[in-house]
Ligand binder design. Structure first.
Ligand SMILES: NC(=O)c1ccc[n+]([C@@H]2O[C@H](COP(=O)([O-])OP(=O)(O)OC[C@H]3O[C@@H](n4cnc5c(N)ncnc54)[C@H](OP(=O)(O)O)[C@@H]3O)[C@@H](O)[C@H]2O)c1
Length: 199
């Protein structure tokens, strides 16, 4: 299964490092273009290949890791998504103001899903700080927890397998609407927790 990452900032590059560490190849893209990502490619021993946003979006599984206000621009024209998996790592808040965006009562992942029609959206990788995502998932003799939520069981299964390959303990919170709200930041009860699973 091919993996793409759109957004190569704090979270996108943390995911890239976690994949490379687990020996998994991926393509990564940002707004400025592949040349700006040469350092990350070198750091990951070539496992993470800089490409255009359009190329990254053609992957079977696409991480979306872009500032909330820029998401519509980032995904414009990238469809049809044809059932590809999109992992929504995004939170509806951003620097420098850190004022939550008004979502009109919808969950943030429902809004993201609306931007990528036809994609199978799984919310995950949004609730830990970048250093914890990129670092050793082994902690306290157990495995650091990553939550996931989504409506498509097969897509969620693929993401759960990837989470396991990265060395984290995946915990399925259910559907995008309900489970997604539990890990939504700000507002959900789970995002600020750094949990470890034993066994
Ligand atoms: N930082 C955290 O602690 C944290 C934790 C969990 C989740 N998140 C979420 O993860 C997402 C990314 O956050 P971040 O901290 O990684 O932000 P960031 O460091 O500011 O990086 C944002 C990335 O998005 C790219 N981008 C912006 N507009 C784009 C466009 N039109 N097309 C393609 N790429 C575009 C930027 O590319 P350029 O660099 O080329 O401009 C940059 O690589 C946000 O939704 C955030 O809420 C962040």
């Amino acid at each position: 299964m091919s993996i793409g990452i759109i957004g190569a900032g704090a979270i996108g590059s943390a995911i890239a490092r976690a994949l490379a560490r687990a020996g998994i190849d991926a393509r990564i893209a940002n707004r400025r273009g592949p040349a700006s990502l040469a350092g990350l490619a070198a750091e990951t021993g070539g496992r993470i290949r800089p490409v255009t946003v359009a190329e990254a979006a053609q992957s079977d599984l696409v991480f979306l890791a872009v500032n909330w206000s820029r998401l519509p621009d980032a995904v414009r024209g990238l469809g049809p998504w044809g059932g590809r998996i999109v992992i929504d790592t995004n939170n509806p808040i951003e620097a420098p103001a850190f004022r939550p965006f008004d979502l009109g009562g919808r969950s943030s992942s429902e809004i993201v899903a609306g931007l990528v029609p036809g994609a199978r959206v799984v919310k995950a990788f949004n609730h830990l700080q970048p250093a914890l995502l990129a670092g050793d998932p082994g902690a306290e003799g157990g495995r650091r927890v990553l939550f996931l939520a989504g409506d498509d069981a097969a897509a969620k299964g693929e993401v759960a397998q990837l989470v396991q390959r990265l060395g984290f303990a995946g915990i399925d919170l259910g559907a995008l609407g309900e489970g997604g709200r539990l890990i939504q930041f700000p507002g959900g009860p789970l995002p600020s927790l750094n949990l470890v699973r034993f066994g």
